[in-house]
Design a protein around this ligand. Sequence first.
Ligand code: PEP
Ligand code: MN
Length: 354
Amino acid sequence: MELDLLPLNLPSDLKRPFVIAGPCSAETEEQVMTTAHQLAEKGCHMFRAGVWKPRTKPGGFEGNGIKALPWLKRVKEETGMLVATEVAKPEHVELALEYGIDILWIGARTTVNPFAVQELADSLKGVDVPVLVKNPVSPDLELWIGALLRINRAGVRRLGAIHRGFTSIDQRIYRNTPMWHIPIELHRRMPGLPIVCDPSHMGGRRDLIAPLCQQAMDMGFDGLLVESHCNPDAAWSDASQQVLPDVLDFIIDRLVIRNNAEMTESLASLRKQIDEMDTQLMDLLTKRMRVSREIAIYKREHNMAVVQATRYNEILDKRGAQGSLCGMSPDFVRRVYEAIHEESVRQQMEIINK
Ligand code: PEP
Ligand code: MN
């Protein structure tokens, strides 16, 4: 299933990725205008502010709603920046368009719900406005793609995705774990779709914004959506992850933008080495499976069970320790051996059941 896309055509400077910046929420007219003028002075072309705020629990600041829309209109008139806000219901789409909002995004808590996304898609029929779809809170690529398809089938061709990380039970560093392999797979499946990184909701902390922006650039993301506030500590929502416009400018200015298109000779030679090593790895894996099948014959002759828990644990522990001595994360090595063991068990079962 493919997307029918047009270029997003969002404004950016030559050396920089496109950046949409602004506060988590439009709190007061003064906060919106002060932040917007500070960002515009730093050369920012696009302003974000949440008008309707989806909050995990009741009781938090849920946004000013329609009252904040004229403030965004004022931002547009006074600074020339394009303005963006989150929509979660058809009524939001209607009001946002009425007030001239230029870019709409669908939040992570909405993308999870196909009913809500379909209602939004229906309300977007015949509307030519760029729409950015955040990943769903759960690490479910199909749900993300499903939402993009629904919006696209409504005729929205200026479409993009926003990667803001995923809820995880064992999160340590990040508010929402990046799981970079998911947006990378999205890019593989839908190569023409622009992907934007939201380091603010991913990191949840100011000090993680710069490294996450750099990581996103290194992975070839097209743009950034960053929360910036004129007085971050006093923010009514997401205070710990917002930065001053000055700080944001500093961060963006120091990003190293690498050239993805050009493949130099030295890169080609390094890739050749990787190809050769992968061939060796496959060769070794094949040999390992062969020995594993011989073990299956032994187990069958001696009436032994296929999975020997103590042996399996020993392999996971030993290889994990070896892996960390070699500079790899024990967790990674564990996952690799779990996969190898699974295939090994599958092949042994075939022999035992013959
Ligand atoms: C936001 O951008 O302010 C927001 C609510 O984000 P998310 O949907 O990613 O949680
Ligand atoms: Mn926020």
